[in-house]
Design a protein around this ligand. Structure first.
Ligand code: AP5
Ligand code: MG
Length: 207
């Protein structure tokens, strides 16, 4: 199953992708995670994208598409995958159409005030786990014990810019998938478990 998760910054894409990965056994591919890992490791890609990400803007389409194309060519993607945070522009969506055939696109719909609350309390682990201070009080990851951290682009002014970029460049691509009959919208304001149950129903219908 080839899945795209759409949704605003902080909508819960990463949280739901981790659950989908566990249940369906397909890799979770987050372009944001790939960029952050490169920034941490100080690779040429990381050095190139750091200031763009810290300002809340998008990494250029050509570069992002090449990274995804390369990642999807790996053997672990043969049985499908979950794309989280890609595509993010119409140009990326059209490029993706050129090298793969997506089965289902799930748009996690959450109002702006909710995403701001979610992002301001988010804590991350380098292993990819995501937490929120309202439900997780420990300073270290429950899965791997590494210390949790706050993302550099989760500062209030950068979050505003990310939301602006989302509204102008990413939200419109839902129409691209609706026109192909591939779009399902899931209400993203309930509990993590309720939202996942809705997503699992949609995915089970596509199996
Ligand atoms: P990326 O890492 O993709 O960030 P994003 O899209 O802004 O999304 P987030 O990761 O902030 O939110 P999420 O939806 O994953 O929510 P989460 O599950 O963590 O991208 C970062 C940057 O990289 C971009 O700004 C851009 O610069 C660059 N980039 C990435 N992809 C690119 C691309 N394709 N093209 C160009 N540039 C690209 O949840 C948020 C919080 O809420 C957590 O604390 C979580 O615990 C909590 N939570 C989740 N669900 C619930 C719930 N149901 N109830 C209560 N709390 C919840
Ligand atoms: Mg995420």
């Amino acid at each position: 199953m080839k899945i795209i998760l759409l949704g605003a910054p902080g909508a819960g894409k990463g949280t739901q992708a981790a659950l989908i990965k566990d249940r369906y056994g397909i890799p979770h591919i987050s372009t944001g995670d790939i960029f952050r890992a490169n920034i941490r490791e100080g690779t040429p890609l990381g050095i190139k994208v750091k200031s763009i990400i810290d300002s809340g803007n998008l990494v250029p389409d050509g570069l992002t598409v090449e990274i995804v194309k390369d990642r999807l060519s790996k053997p672990d993607c043969d049985g499908g995958y979950i794309l989280d945070g890609f595509p993010r522009t119409l140009a990326q969506a059209e490029a993706l159409d050129g090298f793969t055939d997506i089965d289902v696109v799930i748009d996690v719909a959450v109002p702006a005030e909710t995403v701001v609350k979610r992002i301001s309390g988010r804590r991350m682990c380098k292993c990819g786990e995501t937490y929120h201070i309202s439900t997780y009080k420990d300073a270290c990851c429950a899965k791997c014990s590494q210390p949790l951290y706050q993302r550099d682009d989760d500062k209030e002014d950068v979050v505003k810019e990310r939301l602006r970029v989302y509204e102008s460049q990413t939200k419109p691509i839902a129409d691209h998938y609706a026109a192909k009959g591939k779009l399902s919208v899931v209400e993203g304001t309930g509990s993590v478990e309720t939202i996942f149950a809705d997503i699992a129903r949609i995915l089970d219908d596509h199996r």
